[in-house]
Design a protein around this ligand. Structure first.
Ligand code: GSH
Length: 234
């Protein structure tokens, strides 16, 4: 607490006035970002969350856990998995739930409940597609993998991509409600991962989905994030 000036001697007051205390801006401790995202050092399920935070200019601690250190962190996660978003001392899990929360924060949601339903349906469909591709990619039994490959490339990919492409056409280069929403960011942020797992550019022949991709990658805050994000293999 500072001393009232009238209780100080003339000399002491004079000394204080000669050397006024100034705030040294370089010594002010930086505030920790309000959000911390924990995920592996890859894009995959963490990237939609990183895209949404970046889109909204929300500062976040991008905590990337190396696989060899995962066993010591796993017990601290709500359901033993990541991504996990921390805010105000609380931990949230489930990437889609986190995306929906952030989408509200950055205003990439619908104007009414029905629009939200359409946006959710688009994003959840992309998530279904991700799971079909992952089923093939992560299969270790060679015979099973071959079977999954047939199902993926002959059935699931053409079926899903054709429909998603039609939706993108009807919505002017977006996946729902004719404008940019979190479903677009969700899809585009996962694309590298989906292509990596399928070992091909899955949207190469789907021009309306390419438009969705270009719309998202053209956003200045997303461009900035992609330039500065750590370069990883996936
Ligand atoms: N449904 C969850 C799935 C989370 C999930 O599968 N996380 C994986 C990484 S992508 C994980 O933490 N794996 C490590 C483990 O289960 O020990 C979500 O969408 O967040």
């Amino acid at each position: 607490m500072s001393m009232p000036l009238e209780l100080l001697s003339f000399e002491e007051v004079a000394e204080i006035k000669r050397s006024p205390k100034t705030i040294d801006i370089f010594s002010v401790p930086e505030m920790a970002p309000a959000y911390k995202l924990s995920y592996f050092n890859i894009t995959a399920l963490g990237e939609p969350i990183r895209f949404l935070l970046s889109y909204g200019g929300i500062e976040f601690e991008d905590c990337r856990i190396e696989h060899e250190n995962w066993p010591q962190h796993k017990p601290n996660m709500p359901f033993g998995q990541m991504p996990v978003l921390e805010h105000n001392g609380k931990k949230a899990h489930q990437s889609l739930a986190i995306c929906k929360y952030l989408a509200k924060q950055v205003k990439l949601v619908g104007n009414d409940d029905w629009e939200d339903l359409e946006i959710d349906a688009a994003a959840f469909t992309v998530n279904d597609l991700r799971q079909f591709i992952a089923r093939y990619h992560y299969e270790t039994d060679e015979k099973e993998k071959e079977k999954n490959k047939g199902i993926l490339f002959n059935e699931k990919l053409p079926y899903y991509l054709e429909r998603l492409d039609n939706i993108a056409k009807e919505n002017n280069g977006h996946l729902a409600v004719g404008r940019l929403t979190w479903a677009d960011l969700y899809f585009v942020s996962l694309l590298d991962y989906l292509n990596h797992m399928a070992q091909t550019d899955i949207i190469a022949n789907h021009h309306n989905l390419i438009a969705v991709k270009n719309n998202v990658l053209g956003l200045p805050t997303i461009k900035e994030w992609i330039e500065k994000r750590p370069k990883t293999s996936v």
